[in-house]
Write a protein that binds this ligand. Structure first.
Ligand code: ASP
Length: 354
């Protein structure tokens, strides 16, 4: 079972006063939960090979985080490592594979939070950092601030020595075609094909998943390490055809991302405007902290009652320092996976899976 640092320090003081020498903190069991976005994901409209590709990607990211935790690494390191893998994977709407803004650019948002210290770092509208989650971590660890946006965040990224890429690195044909379709539907002007993008294919590209799902694919990870510390991280390209410097919930601490060893760690995905208004991630943790709600009940209450009442759509993943793991979503599907120490890897997409 997990144990807070304060609990251990208290125990150490009692042991010292009894003349018993303090030993290593009792090890807790690690756990990790991740998501790759929620949306209209239905078995009937998903090709078997697409489904298999998503399941394999989710598993690969989960395993990267689990290996770190199993070696006694920190929940923060596990979260960052798993998110980085999904940021590089064009299947997800984070890093490479992100959706486009209405004017044909890619603006990335990410946040990370350390439940042991309540330290947090977040970035929005960054354009050149290969791994926005690592930039969020650099904001947390190497700057006096919590939240950096736009050109300032891009400049900090360079100064902090993070890997820079040309914006065309993030380009995928599938997201571009999806943007054009949506802009036509909304009667908005079609921007020029981005500089550095590969030439337009002669044949139309195959749809790899249902049209509506293109708007989703944000990634998030929550983890508990052997020291009993929890962390959360989220990374996204935001919502397709976003305009005017729009920022969603993902990088907003308390909305799309939150972690506190006093309660839980949460990462959200869905239409961010609703998650910001409900401060979803913090709301889940407040129910756990102040109402002593079991984690599953808390996530279900926020998603199926509060979010649904506002007609918001999406889901969350969560973990507590005592090893409870949960997910909840009100969409037909959410890409997700989890594993507890000694347990089996669970991967799910649709809402009829456990
Ligand atoms: N929550 C993200 C946003 O609103 C999008 C998503 O999770 O699909 O930016």
């Amino acid at each position: 079972m997990g144990r807070t640092k304060t609990g251990f320090v208290g125990a150490a003081i009692v042991m010292a006063s009894l003349g018993i020498s303090a030993q290593q903190p009792p090890s807790s069991h690690w756990g990790i939960v991740l998501h790759g976005g929620a949306g209209i994901l239905q078995r009937a409209s998903m090709k078997p090979e697409t489904e298999a590709a998503y399941r394999a990607s989710l598993k690969q990211a989960l395993q990267a985080g689990a290996e770190i935790l199993d070696r006694g690494g920190s929940s923060l390191d596990a979260v960052e490592a798993a998110v980085r893998i999904m940021e590089d994977d064009p299947l997800f709407n984070a890093g490479r594979g992100s959706v486009f803004t209405a004017d044909g650019r890619i603006e990335l948002d990410a946040a990370i939070m350390d439940g042991a210290t309540l330290k947090a770092g977040a970035v929005a509208d960054v354009t050149r950092t290969r791994h926005p989650i690592s930039l969020a971590r650099a904001v947390m660890e190497k700057s006096p601030h919590v939240f950096l946006v736009g050109p300032g965040a891009d400049a900090f990224s360079m100064q902090a020595g993070l890997e820079q890429v040309d914006p065309s690195f993030f380009f995928t044909e599938r997201r571009w075609q999806s943007l054009i379709k949506e802009l036509k539907k909304e009667g908005l002007p079609i921007p020029n094909r981005p500089a550095g993008a590969p030439p337009e294919p002669k044949e139309p590209i195959a749809e790899i998943e249902p049209e509506e799902a293109h708007k989703f694919g944000t990634v998030g990870v929550v983890a508990l390490d052997r020291h009993g510390d929890i962390a959360a991280g989220t990374s996204t390209g935001g919502t397709q055809a976003k305009r005017w410097g729009r920022v969603g919930d993902s990088p907003v601490i308390g909305a799309g991302t939150y972690a506190s060893n006093q309660s839980c760690a949460v990462s959200a995905t869905g239409t961010g405007e609703y998650f910001i208004r409900l401060t979803v991630a913090r709301e889940v943790c407040a129910l756990v902290e102040y109402k002593n709600m079991p984690l599953q009940q808390a996530v279900d209450q926020v998603i199926h009652k509060e979010l649904t009442a506002l007609r918001g759509d999406g889901g969350v993943i969560a973990i507590t320092p005592d090893g409870q793991m949960a997910w909840s979503f009100n969409t037909p599907g959410m890409y997700r996976a989890r594993q507890a120490e000694g347990g089996k890897v669970e991967v799910g997409i649709y809402n009829d899976e456990p």
